[in-house]
Design a protein around this ligand. Sequence first.
Ligand code: GLN
Length: 540
Amino acid sequence: AQSRLSGRLLSTTSLTRNKAVAAAQTLPESDWNHFISRETKKAQTDAAAPVFTLAVKDNIATVGHGLPTTCGSAMLEGYQSPFEATIVTQLRDRGGLVVGKTNLDEFGMGSHSLFSHSGPVQSPKAGESVSVGGSSGGSAVAVRLGDADVALGTDTGGSVRLPAAYGGVVGFKPSYGMLSRFGVVPYANSLDTVGLLAREVEPIRRLIVGRPNSERSEDKGLWSLSDSSRDPTSLTMTTRLRIAGQRSGYYGGESGKTDLSGLTIGIPLEYNIKELDPRIRTAWIAAAERLRALGAKLAAVSLPSTRHALSAYYVLAPAEAASNLARYDGVRYGGLRRSEDGVANNEGDGVSTSGDEAVLYERVRGAGLGPEVQQRILLGAYALSSDARDNYFVQAQRVRRIIVRDFDAVFLLANPLRDHGSLEGAYDNPDAGVHDHIDLSDLPEDVPLLDKRGPARVDFLLCPTAPTPAPKLADVAAAPSHVDAYINDVFTVPASMAGLPAISIPMPPVGAGEAFCPGFQLIGQFWDDARLLAVAETVM
Ligand code: GLN
């Protein structure tokens, strides 16, 4: 395992046809369970298109070639989707060759890829059982090992960025509504995004931005493709064009590398929590210095709502999940379960042969859904119940709006969904803002209260992706409750709540190499994805 790993991390992805076809044919049997199913037939490729190997998270619909879509759930064991997700079609049009479906936490719920009906994703790090992160853990391992050049994941609250950070690869969560969710099994609709993982930023940036000067439709960047007729949360073409018009002049064009001078990078002080591993804190300072050395200015910023984001997320996401997962009732989905368990299946094809739907529902869901998923459904149903709604669900929605305002108060660019006319952001949250100066040499262990704040002027934010390096599985298992695992999402959830683009890139401190390779997040204003990717590519 070790020898397969060495040197892979920073090697460039070469998008050549031969390499990809060879990879598809010779994919080795893996010991690490990061694939749930594999492409068995040699895929047809369009000779004109460049080819790259593509792994697809198993909550994204694929058709044919023995690639079921199971979401890591017993409920959907063997489930064959009748259609393909738009994003998979779009990537195949761009030369993507699907090599398999990757393992995940059931329905995307989890942070360590342990809660899967297909078994936990194992770390490829020899001799150590550490978390691969989740829920797109299989996708991160697949790109890390070179089984795929690019992998699709989903990111609701960090599921692409966390496994990317733990695995030393790149994980990109685009602005909410950019990539089509048609064919992506919903977890929490208002937060769900499709994300991309790769060993480098470059292939991801190319797919998102495309080749703006080319006429060929397969050269169009994914960010310019609306799918609003099939995914109502996909930004309409009109809105995409309006934002592009407002922001013209802000994109670096086709080239990835960008000049960082003139950019201001914000260091959000509230991310400097006491649980932050001291090694990560030191590496964060080193990463900031690296950006400064490349010409960027640094500024300390305050996002006071950060401390409430995690709890609000764990109210909203389960609430949406509880309603989404109601469809797994043994009738619409889960029929296989029903017959396997001998529930109400011996009197023909009737929906409710025993006359007792509740019994069918309980039996099918009790057997078909794992304990973490059941816990989320119960949490969510409670948060939505008439007694609890005002105290939980409504409050969490309020926190969510304040999170958006905090971000808007520090970003130089306006949020195009809130502020239609202007290019520059409105400075409208007096508690959030950019501080006068920053002294990184003594980033203290708790948030300093500097009150002198100026107007918004930050281009991107830089913060750790996770508060600690990948934890040992023994420590994850020893945690007193499942809820303790939720702390891993503390830094990824705020951008999800605000729908902002965020990318996790590996940034080892100078000299640390692969031995200690934490992931850092760059977060941008809504729809500033192209610049974000260019900056990430320059820095990495
Ligand atoms: N760990 C978070 C959760 O379990 C995020 C999951 C995700 O982004 N799909 O909800």
